[in-house]
Design a protein around this ligand. Structure first.
Ligand code: PXP
Length: 243
């Protein structure tokens, strides 16, 4: 097993807090700087169509400072592709987005009729030097689709796993995540996972052999309210450490 696993920290909710009062703080750039200095591998942000938390200015400032470390989650719409091409984060993750959802509701549902368009968009991003991830449910056919469309990365959705009601359900979902990770690795895709991972449920996902990166947001930002961002990051790092 590769002993290193990467951690992308989603800082959307730093911006949520700022937007709640319409202030200029807490500053997303300061959060990113703090996290990267303490060993976060990537800073993840989701710029939503409704701009409920992250704004274009956040994306700009973050990309100006740390482009290669910025992982932008976004809907695969034309305006968002333009935004990515304008600010050039190191990577983007294409996610489904629906109005009024509390958070991303699951992986992309890629229908046959949408494939050519998606493939073209992935190609445009890649040609601009942006690595492309597809957020999918942990199903073998979805991983194969990500590969066939030319993605560099597949991010397996851990939402169902994080909501599992019984240990048996959790174990079954972990097996799916594990099989899909192996398939992703065989197809030479970089394998990520995320959504709903927290201090109680992350360890088993981190121990999946082919898993290369975990993208975690809400639980780290929530914990930081009590212990501060550096300590919240350190605790998560210790939990996902395989050594
Ligand atoms: N990965 C993706 C694709 C997401 O959409 C999200 C939520 O923005 C996350 C990871 C992080 O999820 P959470 O905030 O529940 O850790």
């Amino acid at each position: 097993m590769d002993m290193t696993i990467q951690l992308g920290v989603n800082i959307d909710h730093i911006a949520t807090l700022r937007q709640a009062r319409g202030e200029s703080y807490p500053d997303t750039l300061e959060a990113a700087r703090t996290l990267l200095a303490l060993g976060a591998d990537y800073i993840v942000i989701h710029v939503r169509h409704d701009r409920r938390h992250m704004q274009e200015t956040d994306l700009k400032r973050l990309c100006d400072a740390f482009a290669s470390k910025i992982h932008l989650e976004m809907a695969p719409s034309d305006d968002m592709i333009d935004l990515a091409l304008k600010h050039k984060p190191g990577s983007v993750c294409l996610v489904p987005e629906y109005p009024n959802e509390l958070t991303t509701s699951g992986g992309l549902k890629i229908e046959e009729k949408d494939k050519a368009d998606l493939k073209q968009k992935i190609n445009i991003l890649k040609k601009a030097g942006i690595r492309v991830s597809l957020f999918v449910d942990p199903k073998a056919n979805a991983v194969r689709t990500a590969y066939n469309l030319g993605a560099d990365i597949v991010e397996l959705c851990t939402k169902d796993y994080s909501k599992a009601k019984t240990e048996k359900q959790a174990q079954a979902l972990l097996s799916e995540l594990s099989l899909c990770s192996l398939l992703g690795r065989e197809l030479n895709l970089e394998v990520h996972s995320g959504h709903g991972l927290n201090y109680n449920n992350v360890r088993d996902v981190a121990l999946i052999d082919a898993m290369q990166c975990l993208n975690i947001g809400f639980s780290i930002i929530a914990r930081s309210v009590f212990v501060g961002l550096p300590q919240a990051l350190l605790e998560m790092r210790n939990l996902i450490n395989r050594e």
